[in-house]
Design a protein around this ligand. Structure first.
Ligand SMILES: CC/C=C\C/C=C\CCCC/C=C/C(=O)SCCNC(=O)CCNC(=O)[C@H](O)C(C)(C)COP(=O)(O)OP(=O)(O)OC[C@H]1O[C@@H](n2cnc3c(N)ncnc32)[C@H](O)[C@@H]1OP(=O)(O)O
Length: 298
């Protein structure tokens, strides 16, 4: 959080526009943030409404918005651009696809790759979490579909979660069902929302909650009909933005800093842990079996 606070106060919007080719239009128009990264296929679509100061970030990585290394890198860059843009005070995170918010971490990034690749991948997951959980902006997740594991983590990083009221959509940290373990900072993020007891049970069982169940346990804050998710997110954003930024940001920092600092203090050790865990033969087998099952289910 501290790092992001520094970013926000030290980087003028003029610098952002110059460096990142942000195109500004008229008051009522939307701006498209174009990434210059050569490997980018624009998996993230960002539209900033200059008059409201609210950006909508749509995840658009077919078929299921799985969080690959490329996706995570593009996500973090997009988020950082918004974070340092003084014209942007709020972020709505959603999916461009109906029915899927995000399928979580891309399992193929954790199978059959080198230790170096796993380390780079895990660092990108950490960066995504640090930036989103530590954002100074008001962040609202408009969860318009299912959101397992890493997808659930993204939603949990936001200040408020609105989910489509469809019992077929599920959200939760299902890692144990894949034979893997949610790391401590996934766990801490969940505890901060639903408390220790619910988190312990959810994590051990790798529980996925239908939208109504997720609302019942407080994992999501509001359920609305599918076609009202975006408009409700915009309305809730207006309420949150009516609070003076400095007071809200300091309060957010006070609540989240201890959780963030815990990872920051042991980021390298956490990467090493991940690499030594994921390279075990037994874990590789579990992930491969899970992936094969996913592919065969049709
Ligand atoms: C001690 C601890 C120390 C350190 C840490 C150690 C461990 C690491 C912890 C790692 C934390 C992990 C977090 C994660 O996020 S793991 C990923 C979990 N995700 C899932 O389980 C989701 C699986 N997917 C689904 O359930 C469904 O696909 C979904 C999202 C509901 C969509 O369903 P549907 O619309 O029917 O689409 P399909 O299932 O047909 O999928 C289409 C296509 O996408 C492929 N796919 C789906 N999900 C993923 C994924 N997460 N990664 C990669 N690929 C995915 C699927 O196989 C299909 O592919 P195809 O080629 O057949 O088209």
């Amino acid at each position: 959080m501290a790092a992001l606070a520094v970013l926000r106060s030290s980087a003028p919007a003029r610098l952002l526009s110059g460096s990142f080719s942000v195109h500004r239009g008229g008051l009522a128009s939307w701006q498209h943030y174009q990434s210059r990264r050569p490997f980018s296929n624009n998996k993230i679509l960002v539209e900033l409404n200059e008059s409201t100061g609210v950006a909508v970030m749509k995840m658009k990585s077919p078929p299921v918005n799985s969080l690959s290394l490329d996706f995570l890198t593009e996500f973090s860059i997009s988020l950082e651009k918004l974070e340092i843009d003084r014209g942007c005070r709020g972020l709505i995170l959603t999916s461009a696809f109906p029915k899927i918010f995000s399928a979580g971490l891309d399992i193929t990034e954790m199978c059959g790759k080198s230790a170096e690749h796993y380390a780079a991948f895990w660092k990108a997951v950490q960066e995504m979490w640090l930036k989103l959980y530590g954002s100074n902006m008001v962040t609202i997740a408009a969860v318009n579909g299912s959101s397992p594991a890493g997808g659930c983590l993204m939603a949990m990083c936001c200040d408020y979660r609105i989910m489509a009221d469809n019992p077929k959509f599920a959200i939760g940290l299902n890692e144990t069902q894949l034979g893997i373990v949610a790391p401590f900072w996934f766990k801490d993020t969940m505890i901060n929302i639903v408390g220790n007891r619910v988190t312990e049970q959810s994590l051990q069982l790798g529980q996925m909650y239908s939208a109504p169940e997720a609302h019942k346990i407080g994992l999501v804050d509001l359920l609305v009909p599918e076609d009202k998710v975006q408009s409700t997110a915009a309305a809730v954003m207006t309420q949150w933005l009516s609070i003076p930024d400095h007071a809200r940001q300091l309060t957010k920092s006070m609540m989240r800093k201890p959780t963030i600092d815990r990872l920051v203090k042991q980021q390298e050790a956490d990467i090493n842990n991940f690499v030594s865990f994921i390279t075990r033969d037994s874990i590789q087998k579990s992930l491969q079996v899970y992936l094969d099952r996913l592919k065969q289910k049709k």
